[in-house]
Write a protein that binds this ligand. Structure first.
Ligand code: ZN
Length: 701
């Protein structure tokens, strides 16, 4: 790969992995399977090794994902809470063992343990009582979830004295006055299935896997609810000052004696053969465990040797995780449905002969797109391998060609929308086929309606079936129609009574309080997810500014690239969408951020300004300052640009372009003069060594 390409790929990978980390740790709804994630991480690591000039401290290769949430108090970890280096390859376990042997130089042992698939926890016991429980957080700071952890039944509030231990005034207890013990909080399969059944009943999104269910439950705000989630804990690493143990195994045995939950499924191994035996045994046996495991952890058992080997910035050098490949099942492909989604993308979905996989019966699996079908060379009637990744719907990963029969038929990806008959368009970049009939394709319309009402959007209580009925009875065609619904309309629906209709109308009424960023998300603009909607809403402040924004304007928003900018611009160019917005406005929905920034002057009214470089205040503050004086920010220079405001290290391309178009270039000082700032006040401040934001000073004028 060429250097320029590597640079682009590195940034692309970091973006994908950071977003995947956020979805995984904060939203608890993963988009990538662990395997996919680990492979991308490996690719990034390889590129960073090849091009060390692009290494950055905040790369996902050097940072653990963060689960921090603002709802919880945060405390620093006494010892950094790192993750483990992991591999799917037994030869890398061998390499780990070789490195450890070389580093230690003496004979030593390994402790092999199950890798529980849950969420990491760090418990502190002080004087034998549970004092605090922190999540991993970002590795150095964790969320305080002590209240919730107290609801988990197998975590003791107080330690118990081992049988035969007689306390004396010299040795009052066998445990250190204070120590930390780390482990995993997980949700057993039975509790997981029960929880998801309840969620489906309540029309809530089910959790993708027990791990997400566990971390979501641990972060519940109402700790009473945690008690009903059936969480369990297993502990695997004790830390403290001068612990009286020489091996990790002794420490865990002691913890067990004190009443702490420690897994009995571990073994002390002497060499790689014994490690491999342990791995192979559990790769099969784990299917019979009542909880999810995703691998084996191999640790150097002797504590002095652990210390000797030490840590990298992200991993301990004395431990490694071997991860099992996702569980597979072999079954017959009966047929393929082609489903149209909310954005018009047509996805092939396989109907399978029911088969047992990771604790559930699988009947349907995703095939992603036409390219993947071709790659797999799949036929109707084939025996196929299915795997569960991070998503609820499993995917087909391979075809067992040895079992193909003569009557297996080649599937044909449709050329026309299975729903409305419009010719499909293929998006080469995404390898997906789209139905372009956005305003007339029933599935797309219904998909947008369902999205609009969904919990993260307008949060209106209604199931897909309600939307289906409203649409079929021609009561709702676009999202604005919801707000014209009257009780008598709703009573036309099957099984609806005054009470359910009243509840729905009230829920719609409530949705008028939903903040602008979520309303913008609810509109269902392609590629605009929650986070992007928030950035756009904050940047522009109100819908009119968003609707009038050019692609260049949109590109100045953080996290908005060309594809998103074009998508937003196209959406609002469509007259029908503008009409929907004006009807929603009339219905009373929130279309501005509320806190309109204080208007300081209209000195820049009608002027479009481009900024470049660094200023004494942040670029966002500078943009806000321009807006507060009535000016308009733009990302690129054109004939309409009033002037280029150039700070330190202004972009040479921009300066050149301004020069060629004869556009004035202003320094920060000149700009401050224009809007009424004064150089004197600033120099006085710098003499006093006080850094005052000029925005603050200006508001005084
Ligand atoms: Zn269609």
């Amino acid at each position: 790969m060429e250097k320029a390409q590597a640079y682009i790929r590195i940034h692309e990978l970091r973006e994908i992995l950071n977003e995947a980390n956020r979805l995984y740790y904060v939203e608890n709804s993963p988009t990538l399977s662990d395997y996919e994630f680990d492979m991308l991480l490996k690719e990034l690591d390889g590129l960073e090794k090849e091009y060390p000039e692009y290494i950055s401290a905040d790369s996902p290769t050097r940072r653990v994902g963060s689960d921090l949430k603002k709802e919880f108090e945060q405390y620093p970890h006494r010892y950094p809470m790192l993750s483990l280096g992991n591999t799917y390859d037994i030869s890398e376990v061998q390499l780990f063992a070789d490195r450890a042997s070389k580093g230690i130089g003496n004979s030593f042992t390994y402790s092999c343990e199950l890798k529980f698939d849950g969420t990491a926890i760090c418990l502190t016991y002080r004087n034998g009582k549970l004092f605090r429980a922190l999540t991993r957080g970002d590795g150095s700071v964790g969320d305080d979830v002590t209240r919730n952890v107290r609801q988990i039944s197998n975590i003791p509030q107080s330690l118990t004295l081992p049988a035969g231990f007689i306390p004396t005034s010299d040795i009052p207890a066998p445990w250190p006055q204070e120590f930390e013990i780390r482990g995993e909080i997980y949700m057993p399969w039975a509790a997981f299935d029960r929880l998801n059944d309840e969620r489906i009943e309540e029309e809530e999104q089910p959790f993708a896997n027990p791990r997400n269910a566990a971390s979501g439950s641990l972060k519940l705000i109402d700790s009473r609810m945690v008690a009903n989630r059936g969480l369990e804990c297993t502990l695997y690493h004790m830390l403290g000052e001068n612990l009286p143990f020489s091996t990790h195994d002794q420490a865990l045995k002691a913890a067990e004696d004190w009443g702490l939950p420690v897994s009995d499924k571990r073994r002390i191994c002497r060499d790689i053969e014994e490690i491999e035996d342990f791995i192979n045994h559990w790769d099969i046996e784990r299917k019979n465990l009542p909880y999810a495991t995703d691998g084996i952890v191999i640790k150097v058992n002797e504590l002095p040797y652990q210390e000797e080997l030490g840590y990298t910035s992200k991993f301990p050098r004395w431990a490694v995780a071997y991860k099992f490949k996702a569980e597979q099942a072999l079954t017959k492909l009966i047929s393929i449905d082609y489903q149209v989604g909310r954005t018009g993308a047509v996805t092939p979905v396989a109907n399978l002969e029911p088969v047992q996989l990771s604790g559930t019966v699988v009947k349907r699996a995703s095939l992603h797109n036409a390219d993947q079908m071709e790659q797999l060379d799949i036929r109707i009637g084939d025996y196929v391998y299915v795997e569960k990744g991070g998503e609820i719907i499993p995917k087909i990963t391979g075809v067992e060609l040895s079992q193909r029969t003569a009557d297996a038929t080649l599937p044909r990806f449709p050329e026309f929308c299975p729903d409305c008959g419009t010719a499909l368009i293929k998006d080469e970049e995404e390898a997906k086929s789209f139905c372009p009939n956005q305003t007339g394709c029933p599935t797309q319309i219904k998909g947008r309606l369902v999205h609009f009402l969904s919990r993260k959007a307008m949060n209106v209580i209604a199931g897909d079936a309600t939307v289906e009925q409203l649409f079929n009875k021609a009561l709702v065609w676009n999202v604005a129609d919801f707000y014209d619904l009257k009780t008598e309309h709703l009573l036309m629906l099957d099984g609806w009574k005054d009470r359910s209709a009243g509840r729905f109308i009230k829920s719609l009424q409530e949705s008028r309080k939903v903040e602008f960023d979520r309303v913008l998300y609810a509109l269902g603009i392609r590629y605009v997810g929650e986070a992007t909607a928030r950035s756009i809403a904050r940047h522009f402040g109100n819908i009119d500014a968003v609707m009038d924004a050019s692609v260049e304007d949109l590109l100045t928003v953080d996290d908005v690239g060309q594809v998103i900018a074009e998508s937003v611009h196209d959406f609002f160019t469509e007259e029908s969408n503008r009409e929907i917005v004006s009807r929603l406005k009339a219905a009373g929905l929130k279309f501005d951020m509320g806190e309109t920034p204080q208007k300081l002057s209209d000195g820049l009214e009608g002027k479009t300004i481009v900024i470049s470089g660094n200023f004494s205040i942040s670029r966002d503050e500078m943009k806000a300052l321009i807006a507060a004086h009535g000016g308009k920010n733009s990302g690129s220079i054109s004939g309409k640009t009033a002037f280029l405001l150039a700070g330190e290290k202004a972009g040479p391309e921009k300066l050149k372009k301004a020069d060629s178009l004869g556009i004035r270039v202003l320094s920060e000082e000149e700009f401050m003069d224009i809007i009424g700032g004064s150089g004197e006040a600033e120099s006085a401040d710098s003499e006093n060594g006080i850094h005052t934001s000029k925005g603050v000073q200006l508001s005084l004028f």
